[in-house]
Design a protein around this ligand. Structure first.
Ligand code: FES
Length: 163
């Protein structure tokens, strides 16, 4: 979801007013932005910098430090494949390869063109007994296979077309 540079950011000004302009308000302000756009657009970070009188470098520092924030557009649905040791030896790479192949993704491009899906690899999620494990939109699935993974993604796509 690309936003126009000249869009109204009144909603954001209200949020900043609500939280206040102190440095400790930055995280909840960024969370609001992340929640709205699913990433932190550059022009919005510049606006925050100006409104909160914080250096843009500080905002980038926070935006790139916490995993909850992204400075790149993300898909509506997030598929996180665990590539920790237990999952790796039980086939995580096959799951990753299948998603990349079917959705024309690679190490540099991890979001589909239609912004439906973002593929991420993550370190151990604490579900090694169910390896290989994946997280789809916050839900953990274990004993995953490439085919099961594609079925889950197909269900997501089907739900989207029915909405
Ligand atoms: S290594 Fe994947 S859940 Fe632990």
């Amino acid at each position: 979801m690309e936003q126009a540079m000249n869009e109204s950011l009144d909603w954001l000004d209200e949020i900043i007013e609500g939280f206040g302009s102190s440095r400790t308000s930055l995280i909840p302000v960024l969370q609001s932005v992340q929640s709205k756009y699913r990433y932190l657009p550059e022009h919005v970070m510049s606006h925050i910098s100006e409104k909160m009188a914080l250096p843009l470098s500080n905002i980038y520092g926070v935006a790139t430090f916490y995993a909850q924030f992204s400075t790149q557009p993300k898909g509506k649905h997030i598929v996180q494949v665990c590539d920790g040791t237990a999952c790796h030896v039980r086939g995580a790479k096959d799951i990753i390869s299948r998603i990349r192949k079917d959705f024309k993704l690679d190490a540099e491009k991890n979001t589909t063109d239609d912004k439906l899906l973002t593929l991420e690899t993550v370190a151990c999620i604490g579900a090694c007994a169910m390896a290989p494990a994946v997280i789809v939109d916050g839900h953990v699935y274990g004993h995953m296979t490439p085919d099961k993974m594609m079925n889950i993604i197909s269900e997501i796509k089907e739900e989207e077309t029915n909405e």
